[in-house]
Design a protein around this ligand. Structure first.
Ligand code: DGL
Length: 276
């Protein structure tokens, strides 16, 4: 482990977490960041609880071994299926001073100030939808005042991972899921993009979204919530190194990862291949 190198770790099953990294680095550029995409094993959305937990635990341990004191699971599926077990079982045994945070809670905290009708839609992977994490978390902060309808979009992550976001097939699947969601609840006025890959399909999503529906996009929300977290936890803030470096790790080939990741981040980057 490099001495005094304590980057903030950002983990996702693939490219989606880059949407979170982009917003976080815009808001908090001074920190060191290390991104890990488990591109070789993506998608996580259709995998069982045990598998998502095990893959996520391996990724978090890898980031800890490199020096991260704080890791953000920039993946809703991992946040839904692995976060709690890692926080409750793994951290106390490994190192109670380290932290792992997810993306669901910060997104849900925005809901009451967005919705006027009290009807909210959630788009996510099969794993996120079946976990019921969004309805449960929303109920914790709003009781039964907010009515949540979920729609699983199993085709969306493969479209992003396979660079097919501009293919007419993307419009076909995006339209199908959005129409389905609103046919179940036409009163929805707030839509949570509950998967970090989905902003990469934004131009298609906006074609089919009713005009008056507000979108909850996670990047800026997670960035704001991280800034608040670091302000509330000076001990963690001091522990995170601040040389403004960025490092990228992928479990896939670097040749596959670099061009696409550069496109999503809007700048060239070099990556390192690792094994989990
Ligand atoms: N980006 C991840 C999420 O936010 C999931 C993608 C996957 O299915 O691997 O849920």
């Amino acid at each position: 482990m490099q001495e005094n190198y304590h980057p903030i770790g950002i983990f996702d099953s693939g490219y989606g977490g880059l949407t979170i990294l982009k917003s976080i680095t815009e808001k908090l550029p001074q920190y060191d960041y290390i991104y890990l995409g488990d591109n070789a094993r993506t998608p996580y959305g259709s995998r069982s609880f045990d598998v998502v937990y095990e893959y996520t635990r391996q990724a978090v341990m890898k980031l800890f071994s490199i020096g991260c004191q704080l890791v953000i699971l920039a993946c809703n599926t991992a946040s839904a299926k692995a976060l709690r077990t890692i926080q409750q079982n793994d951290l106390p045994l490994f190192d109670p001073t380290r932290r792992v945070l997810g993306v669901i809670r910060p997104s849900v905290e925005k809901v009451p100030s967005y919705t006027k009708t009290g009807h909210v839609g959630v788009l996510g992977t099969n794993g996120t939808v079946l976990s019921n994490s969004y309805p449960l978390e929303i109920a914790k902060i709003s009781g039964d005042r907010i009515f949540v309808t979920q729609e699983a979009c199993p085709m969306w992550v493969p479209l992003v991972e396979n660079d097919e976001t501009c293919n007419p097939a993307a419009d076909y699947f995006v339209r199908q899921n959005i129409v389905n969601l609103f046919s179940h609840d036409p009163e929805i006025d707030t839509l949570i993009l509950g998967c970090t890959h989905y902003p990469l399909l934004l131009s298609s999503i906006l074609k089919f979204l009713p005009d008056d529906v507000k979108l909850i996009e996670q990047g800026p929300i997670v960035a704001e919530s991280l800034a608040e977290y670091l302000a509330r936890h000076p001990e963690m803030n001091e522990n995170c190194s601040k040389k403004g470096t960025r490092r990228f790790l992928t479990t896939e080939s670097v040749q596959n990862f670099e061009p696409r990741a550069s496109m999503f981040l809007g700048r060239p980057l070099t990556a390192e291949k690792i094994q989990l």
